[in-house]
Design a binder for this molecule. Structure first.
Ligand code: TYM
Length: 332
């Protein structure tokens, strides 16, 4: 059986990268797979959070999933901390994950920065919890943006380590699904940096709740070079900012980069940016409006999450019990 698991951290400022790299793709996949979409609030705690903002962001991410087109009847939508099996399995997996594997994780190095000794243990062991998120549902496929690729390779290694230690095929090795024309959306201010929730410059990212005016202004101010758009992908790839904006256009329009490029080859940026603004406002305007409408009704959002928690527990708990049994823990 094919089962999808994926998640987003509720750390504020959901942006175009989260939408194009992940959430938009999930909407298409829900027709083909059994889908479980999580708001990973335990992961958010790996860096300091304001408690009230964390709760608000958890509802906001839930609203974003639904507004983007994920059907809460067909899919399971829930917040991670309500299903304790994630954290319990994470311990069993942590006990068979070598430190050497965690030391390779580039995201930890980026997030911990120079103050490595001061970084929390949770930030370091984050990829083990992420592996548990996936494996506790025996998920077979994980649709994410490119920045999560290394974490998914580790999840596969950890699944393999469990299977080898106990000499059985218990966990499937989850397949990453990284697709679309914008698997790595870059900052609008710097084509070599990822668009990120934590970037201090507001002009670096388009948020999913930005209004038409903010979207248009940010795209107008996006960094570009003075040349018109080239006619080949190879030439485009030598110009990171242009490449990024064209990828965003292609992903929003649901076309390949090649097709998008034939539409704009030889045109100047003012013309292209206008088309990009129009398309962004059309897509994000609709989703942002729907998010605001949903967030005005927290009772509805909480009911969706409660129902999701129940359905998620029904899958996760038996898997955890079996993993405990296999690991030799007495269940008297
Ligand atoms: P997070 O919250 O950083 O991002 C959520 C999703 O958005 C994608 N993404 C991007 N895609 C393209 N361009 C970007 N600039 C960009 N920024 C973010 C991410 O790849 C991700 O798919 N560790 C995960 C959350 C997580 C998870 C999981 C995911 C926890 N457990 C289990 C899958 C399965 C994270 O921090 O995502």
């Amino acid at each position: 059986m094919n089962r999808i698991f994926s998640g987003v951290q509720p750390t504020g400022n959901l942006h175009l990268g989260n939408y194009l790299g992940a959430i938009r793709n999930w909407v298409a996949l829900q027709n083909e797979y059994e889908c479980i979409f999580c708001i990973v609030d335990l992961h958010a705690l790996t860096l300091p959070q304001d408690p009230d903002e964390l709760r608000a962001s958890t509802r906001e991410v839930t609203a974003a999933y639904i507004a983007a087109g994920i059907d809460p009847e067909r899919c399971i939508i829930f917040n991670q901390s309500m299903v304790p099996a994630h954290a319990e399995l994470a311990w069993l997996l942590a006990c068979l994950t070598p430190l050497g594997w965690l030391n390779r994780m580039t995201q930890f190095k980026e997030k911990a920065g120079k103050q490595r000794e001061m970084a929390g243990l949770g930030l370091y062991s984050y990829p083990v919890l992420m592996a548990a998120d996936i494996l506790v549902y025996k998920a077979t496929h994980v649709p994410v943006g490119e920045d999560q690729k290394q974490h998914l390779e580790l999840a596969r290694d950890i699944a393999g380590a469990f299977n080898r230690r106990y000499d059985r095929d218990f966990f499937p090795l989850p397949e990453p699904q990284i697709f679309g024309a914008a698997t790595r959306v870059m900052s609008l201010r710097d084509g070599t940096k990822k668009m990120s929730k934590s970037d201090s410059s507001d002009f670096s990212r388009i948020n999913m709740t930005d209004d038409a005016q903010a979207i248009t202004l940010k795209i107008r101010r996006a960094k570009t070079d003075p040349l018109p758009l080239p006619s080949t992908i190879a030439d485009l790839e030598r110009r990171p900012e242009a490449d990024n904006l064209l990828g965003i256009y292609a992903a929003l329009a649901g076309m390949s980069r090649e097709v998008a490029l034939t539409r704009f080859a030889g045109r100047n940026f003012s013309e292209f940016k206008e088309a990009l603004s129009e398309l962004s406002v059309e897509v994000l305007g609709r989703i942002g409006g729907e998010m605001r409408r949903l967030m005005a009704d927290p009772g509805y959002i909480d009911a969706v999450l409660r129902r999701g928690v129940e359905r998620a527990r029904a899958i996760a708990e038996p898997v955890l019990r079996e993993a405990q049994q296999i690991s030799g823990l007495l269940r008297p």
